[in-house]
Ligand binder design. Sequence first.
Ligand code: IMP
Ligand code: MG
Length: 179
Amino acid sequence: MKNKIKKIILTEEQIRKRVGELVREINDDFRGKDLVIVALLKGSIVFLADLVRGFDREISFDFIGVKSYGDSTQPSDNIVLDKELSIDIRDRNVLLIDDILDTGKTAKWILKYLKKFSPRQVKLCVLLNKQSRRRVDIQPDYCGFDVGDEFIVGYGLDYADRYRNLPYIAVLSSSEYKK
Ligand code: IMP
Ligand code: MG
């Protein structure tokens, strides 16, 4: 796969260090409080796996799935739920985890969906933030890194459902994006 990478944006070491810092920040804010992490499939699972193993406390986690991107690099306005929440979040502190906040439409839609279940609070944590692409009014409560307007893959992020397993975050060579 290495020959398909144009450049590495974030190395394994940079990600590991920053995820550790996020764990400490979240730990401080939710100290002594119950915490449920809701991870958005599939992009957030690598981030989730590293994040949750950093906590020395009790947490629960669950998954939620939507279809919004298809196989292209352009976001769609149609968001359809394809994996419902399976645990009860009523009166609980919820942390929604996603890989990247791009236009913000998906996260905004999911926050609204989660609020229907009357959680005590819902906070948003994203590994990456593409601020320049924002189309709706939403900001993460916790953010790993700000990134520019480039389509990136790895550490959970895909292009056409591939490259999620790269341990770093990278831009693919332009020939790969046309396949
Ligand atoms: P939004 O609704 O536009 O914020 O889209 C967020 C979703 O789009 C993320 O959960 C990703 O799945 C996907 N996405 C946005 N930018 C990228 C990217 O650069 N690489 C891979 N997936 C991306
Ligand atoms: Mg995604």
